[in-house]
Design a protein around this ligand. Sequence first.
Ligand code: SAH
Length: 219
Amino acid sequence: MAGAVEPGFRGARRRLVETLQDKGIKDLAVLRAIDMVPRHKFVPESTRHRAYEDSALPIGSGQTISQPYVHARALELLELTGGEKVLEIGTGSAYQTALLAELAAQVFSVERVGALLDKSRALLAELGVRNVSVLLGDGTLGWRDFAPYDAIVVGAGAPKVPPALEEQLAEGGRLLLPIGTREEQTLAVFTKHGGQLARRDITPVRFVPLIGAGGWPPG
Ligand code: SAH
């Protein structure tokens, strides 16, 4: 990734990678992506000194960038090999988007908050990330133009699988979704075989709510 080399943060980023390895992340491609992507650019100036702690941080508009361990675990579960077309719902800071761009061929990312998307679009351009397309809108409806997707990753918690996302997942594809209540969810991975989704529960998580037609009502 162009612009990723900033000696000041390199050591901190390397230590984060080691922390994630200690916590059980094994996928070398995922660890390499975390080592490449400058997370400090994706958090507000005021929290930059904490960018390489393994913690979630506020990113404005009432949203949060997830804990690096959660991103790493989610990306590991997608088992990407580099050739995939991926749909991401909830661009947020675009940190996970940039990680996905390192791990897959093409990334399509949908965000409903315009202010976050504007910032993300500019940052991805600044970093020279070229295999990402972003869209402002309700991601519970997916992004029909480029479907089907080999993998879909939802960065906000939903009460159920949004039907449009199920439809837009390719046969054999994986859908990652925090599913549960507005406050607490289970990170679940769904695989599509014979047109049917099979669910595997991974771990309890707390994500911000997925707001939209196939998610929660606003408020
Ligand atoms: N992976 C992101 C997570 C951001 S938080 C990061 O680490 O920065 C989840 C994001 O989902 C928020 O930015 C929120 O605005 C967005 N979101 C919630 N409901 C959405 C919907 N229906 N469509 C698109 N984005 C949505």
